[in-house]
Design a protein around this ligand. Structure first.
Ligand SMILES: NCc1[nH]cc(CCC(=O)O)c1CC(=O)O
Length: 358
């Protein structure tokens, strides 16, 4: 938490606590972790360059930052997001920067997704003791992750390993390697952003282990009532059509599966010439089974392509559902909406029953 990024912010002021709105000033809200401050500083710099405006970072503390309780108890990954959104709506900042993979797929009233900047490395990375790769870890080695997707992927590659739960910020997770764990799996983008990529001993290629939908991408949110031309110009300069299409395609798999944040789902979208290629996977968490679907759509960086990207995700989700995704994933992690609708309509089926009592 008390790392170098604050120095990186040299020409961008970083404020903990309220900062009044003022003409010509763009206040960019962020969580206070080293990772969040670093990535938001990058966004703030580019907005400053594109607009010539004065830009400041405003650090907003979220429940997820001050608690080590399991995320599910705090209301899921959404806790990282809601305090920032509250601050944006309340006018405590003018923009809010999130890791896209932490954003729930639903719309948020009063808020627009103003920009998805060019995406960083989407891969997961293994950080193991003694420079070991996954294949080199001894049988029974303990690998830390809090993600059901990563757990399943590790066990598919190495069924003999022991997957251990892991929480907290990137630095505290890394500190466990060589202590009570032999390795941890983290997002490469986060490690690179905070300058800890020297800890990486292996990158998992996306064809072998598709990452969380939106991993490595950032989301810049604004108020839907925003009228500032400087903010509009800043958002337009930041937005990357390819990153937006890929993120949209990956995230609409989640939406199509009605996936909760603990769903073991991997996604990988890439633009390849004039094609947008999307792969979605759903796993049994013990690594014993998986479903994979790949589909393509035309791609030419046209406005229509964004709609096609979203539809591609829905199509992949449909294929995964037809392949039996609901039965593969832990009860209640997929088809979440359908379950609650069924339950409230008092037509509870066996599936929704097990989902509800999980
Ligand atoms: N789950 C928390 C989270 N949210 C965003 C990142 C950083 C990487 C990114 O921007 O996707 C991380 C850490 C991790 O998964 O290792």
């Amino acid at each position: 938490m008390t790392q170098t990024p604050l120095e990186d912010a040299a020409e961008i002021a970083v404020v903990r606590g309220p900062l009044a709105a003022r003409d010509g000033l763009i206040r960019v809200g962020t969580r206070g972790s080293a990772l969040a401050v670093t990535q938001t500083t990058g966004v703030a710099r580019r907005i400053a360059q594109a607009t010539g405006s004065e830009v400041a970072l405003v650090i907003i503390t979220t429940k997820g930052d001050v608690s080590t309780a399991p995320l599910a108890q705090l209301g899921g990954t959404g806790v990282f997001v809601s305090a920032l959104r509250d601050a944006l709506i309340a006018g405590q900042c003018d923009l809010a920067v999130h890791s896209l993979k932490d954003l729930p797929t639903g719309e948020c009233p009063g808020i627009i997704l103003g920009a998805i900047p060019e995406r960083a490395d989407a891969r997961d990375a293994l950080c193991a003791r003694d420079g070991l790769t996954l294949a080199e870890l001894p049988a029974g080695a303990r690998v830390g992750t809090g993600s059901p997707r990563r757990a399943a992927q590790i066990l598919r590659m190495r069924p003999d390993l022991e997957v251990c739960d892991l929480r907290g910020n990137v630095d505290s997770r890394l500190a466990r390697v060589g202590a009570d764990l032999d390795a941890v799996v983290l997002a490469a983008a986060g490690l690179i952003r905070i300058g800890r990529d020297a800890a990486i001993t292996e990158y998992f290629e996306l064809d072998r282990a598709p990452a969380a939908p939106g991993q490595g991408a950032l989301a810049v949110e604004a108020r839907s009532t925003e009228t500032s031309t400087a903010i509009a110009a800043g958002l337009a300069a930041l937005d990357d059509a390819e990153a937006r299409a890929c993120a949209l395609a990956e995230r609409s798999i989640l939406a199509g599966l009605e996936a909760g944040c603990q769903a073991p789902v991997g996604a990988w979208a890439r633009c390849d010439g004039d094609q947008l290629v999307l792969t979605g996977e759903v796993y049994r968490v013990d690594g014993s089974e998986q479903l994979t679907e790949t589909r393509t759509a035309a791609w030419g960086a046209q406005p229509d392509d964004q709609l096609a990207a979203a539809q591609l995700g829905v199509d992949v989700a449909q294929q995964l559902l037809q392949g039996g995704a609901i039965e593969l994933a832990p009860p209640g992690t997929l088809g979440v909406m359908t379950l609650s609708v069924q339950a409230s309509a008092d037509t509870v089926t066996e599936t929704s029953d097990s989902g509800a009592t999980r």
